[in-house]
Design a protein around this ligand. Sequence first.
Ligand SMILES: *[C@@H]1O[C@H](CO)[C@@H](O)[C@H](O)[C@H]1NC(C)=O
Ligand SMILES: [Ca+2]
Length: 312
Amino acid sequence: MTRGFKTLLRIILLFAFVVKFSESYNSNYFDIRSLSLKPPFIDETLRNNNWEFGNSTIVEVNKFVRLTSSDPLRQGWLWSKYPLISLNWEIHFEFMIHGKTKKNGDGFAFFITKEKEEGGPVFGNRNKFTGLGVFFDTYSNSKYNKDSFPKISVMIGDGETEYDVNKDGEGSILGSCSMQIRQQNKPTRVKIVHIKNSRLEIFIRNDDSKRYQSCIKIDQPVLPDTGYLGFTASTNEATDNHDILKVITKGIVTKIPKNEKKIKEDNIEDPVETAKSSVSVFIWLFAICSILLYLYANRSRKYINKEYNHYA
Ligand SMILES: *[C@@H]1O[C@H](CO)[C@@H](O)[C@H](O)[C@H]1NC(C)=O
Ligand SMILES: [Ca+2]
């Protein structure tokens, strides 16, 4: 192998390395294991390292976390031990709601809040919570409510505003959609995307849908920067099994989909720009490394020539 060829090979290898490195650096998502949940849900000590559960919640090690069984007057909860601190994130989870009785309810809720593990009237969680609440409401409490049920709704609590259970949150919820989420053959999937100061969107995929359907979208949501993840459910006279099957939490690092750009505000840092600038850092890094390598290769060639001359 000639020296020139070796140098070329080195540069190609370096280039490959830089490209690979910058690729992983710019990847959109990173897994947050401590906020994810999959079977086996509990270890030998009957606990989970990252989640806690209580009141009526029971865990079937390889099958589900059952917040309530289909019995009256139950409340169950499942909360993360550690808070979510990523500002941009995507959370996927799967659940099943099923029961034998005709009167079904009341549903379950997903929270990202400052508070946790406090039972109460809001689907088994405290009222006046601080942060995000997404309600999977299977029971119409208000006679006057014309929405069809099950109804999925969202509220961002400030710690003072009440969620009125008797009105299914009317007055405090920011948006809702109706979708069949009970008695499905397959787990229903939920995807929640949050890009700080830009959008919060909730997608659902049930048995009927081939892909995620956008259910609720909120522009420029104002959420607290941290919070615990929680699932809570309650039953009354109306009952159902409320099962959580899987949770995957991902932080979004830099890039965001192109269509995010148009709704961004001027005063927020644009993740796309950040991604671009990190790409240019790597291009610079690559250029500098190439020059150094070139100089190094030249110098050692000279040195060898010198040695050779010496012995000649
Ligand atoms: C447990 O749930 C019941 C309702 O089933 C409720 O009355 C009780 O306050 C809850 N206990 C705690 C500690 O939250
Ligand atoms: Ca309700």
